[in-house]
Ligand binder design. Structure first.
Ligand code: NAI
Ligand code: MG
Length: 353
C-alpha cells in the first residue's frame, strides 16, 4: 500500500537529518509519496510566517508527517512553531521512548522508558500576562477580589489550565499504548498535593479512567519523587504519564539517561493526525556541516512506519540502528565517531533494506 506523508524538513540541521530519514524509509521498500513542505526560518523570510497554512493543509491531507526541528525565532512575536503545530492539529499526546541501545555510553544500561506527555494544556497553553501590561493589572485586581491574593505589581503571570476532557484522552491513549505494547505498568506523575485544582484534575481523571482498564497496572507518583527515581534507578519505571510541562522535562531527562538527544525519537498524536519528530532542536551550532546525528529522526521514522501499520519495516529500521550502534564503526561526532550524517544514513539504509 502506498502512503502519503508530509515531510517537513525544518531548519538548522533539520533538512540534513530529514533527508537521511527519507533515504532510510525509501530503502525499506515501503512506498511513500512524500509531500515536502518547507517551514521555519526560510518560510519566515519568504512568506512572513514560519508555519504557513499550506503546511497545516498538507498534514491535514496526508494525516501523517515526518518533521525535522524548527528554530523558534527569538523576539519576533512568534511563539514556538512546534507548539503552534501541536495546537493547530490537536496533537494531544506526545510519545517519547527512551531505550538504551547496547554500545552507547550510559550509566544506566537496560533503561527502557516511555514518556507520554499531555501536549495541549497546562502552563504551555500560552495564557500569559506580561509584567506591567494593563491586562495584568486587571488580572491582579480580579485575583485580589476572587482569591484575596495580592500579586506583586512587578510580577508576570502564566496560567495553568488542566481539564477533565483534555486529560481523559491522553490517559486513554497511554493505557491503550501500554496494553498494545506489552508494557509492565504506567506511572502517573503529578503535584496534586500542591496544585489541587490543576494537577488534582489530572490525577483524579487518570485514576478514574484507569478503572476502565483493569488489566493495566496504573500507579501514581509525585513528579519530584519521580525525578529522584529517574536519576537513581530508572529501571524501576516503565511508562510515565505526565502533564505537559513535567513531560517536557522528564522526556529530555530520559533521553539523557540513554545516550542523549542524538538518539531520542518522538511522536505527536491526535485523533486525526500524527506528526513524528526527534526530541532535539535545530542545533544551530552544527547546522550546515553535514555532521548532525540522524538516528533520532530515523527512529522517529520507524515509529511512523509502525503507525502506518508497516511493522516489519519499522522493526528492520530499529534493528539496523541497534546494529549500527553496537558495531560503533559509523557514528557521528556527538557519539564520539567521525562519520557524517549521510554515512550513518547510508549504513542504516543498507542494514534495513
Ligand atoms: P538543540 O537540541 O537544537 O541542541 C542542543 C545541543 O545538542 C546542541 O549542542 C546541539 O548541537 C546538540 N544536538 C542536538 N541535536 C543533535 C543531533 N541530531 N546531532 C548532533 N548534535 C545534536 O537545542 P537548543 O539549542 O536548545 O535549540 C535550538 C533551536 O531548536 C531553538 O530555536 C529551539 O526553540 C528549537 N527547538 C525545536 C524543537 C522542535 O522543532 N521540536 C525542539 C527543541 C528545540
Ligand atoms: Mg523539550
Amino acid at each position: 500500500m502506498r502512503h502519503r506523508v508530509t515531510l517537513i524538513p525544518g531548519d538548522g540541521i533539520g533538512p540534513e537529518v530529514a533527508e537521511a530519514a527519507r533515504a532510510v524509509v525509501d530503502a525499506t521498500g515501503v512506498e511513500v509519496e512524500w509531500d515536502v513542505q518547507e517551514a521555519g526560518a526560510a518560510s519566515l523570510e519568504r512568506e512572513g510566517t514560519p508555519l504557513p497554512e499550506r503546511v497545516l493543509d498538507s498534514v491535514r491531507r496526508s494525516r501523517t508527517a515526518l518533521k525535522g526541528p524548527i528554530t523558534t525565532p527569538v523576539g519576533s512575536g512568534f511563539r514556538s512553531v512546534n507548539v503552534a503545530l501541536r495546537q493547530e492539529l490537536d496533537l494531544f499526546a506526545a510519545v517519547r521512548p527512551a531505550r538504551h541501545f547496547p554500545g552507547l555510553p550510559s550509566r544506566h544500561p537496560g533503561v527502557d522508558l516511555v514518556t507520554i506527555r499531555e501536549n495541549t494544556e497546562d502552563l504551555y497553553r500560552g495564557i500569559e500576562f506580561e509584567r506591567g501590561a494593563p491586562e495584568t493589572d486587571r488580572l491582579r485586581a480580579a485575583l485580589l477580589d476572587l482569591a484575596g491574593y495580592r500579586v506583586p505589581d512587578d510580577a508576570g503571570v502564566t496560567v495553568k489550565p488542566i481539564s477533565i476532557t483534555g486529560t481523559r484522552r491522553v490517559v486513554r491513549y497511554a493505557l491503550e499504548y501500554a496494553q498494545r505494547n506489552g508494557r509492565r505498568f504506567v506511572t502517573v506523575g503529578h503535584k496534586a498535593n500542591i496544585m489541587k485544582f490543576s494537577d488534582g484534575v489530572f490525577l483524579a481523571t487518570a485514576l478514574e479512567v484507569a478503572e476502565e482498564y483493569p488489566e493495566v497496572d496504573v500507579r501514581e507518583m509525585q513528579v519530584d519523587e519521580m525525578a529522584m527515581w529517574l536519576a537513581w534507578e530508572p529501571e524501576t519505571l516503565d511508562v510515565v504519564l505526565l502533564p505537559n510541562l513535567y513531560g517536557d522535562i522528564v522526556s529530555d531527562l530520559s533521553a539523557g539517561l540513554v545516550g542523549g538527544l542524538g538518539v531520542a525519537p518522538g511522536a505527536n498524536l491526535g485523533w486525526e493526525y500524527a506528526v513524528f519528530e526527534p526530541v532535539h532542536g535545530s542545533a544551530p551550532d552544527i547546522a550546515g556541516r553535514g555532521v548532525a546525528n540522524p538516528v533520532a529522526i530515523i527512529l522517529s521514522a520507524a515509529m511512523m512506519l509502525r503507525h502506518l501499520a508497516e511493522d516489519a519495516a519499522a522493526e528492520r529500521v530499529e534493528a539496523a540502528v541497534a546494529e549500527l550502534l553496537r558495531d560503533g564503526g559509523t557514528l557521528t561526532p556527538d557519539m564520539g565517531g567521525t562519520a557524517r550524517t549521510l554515512d550513518v544514513a547510508g549504513a542504516i539504509a543498507r542494514l534495513a533494506t
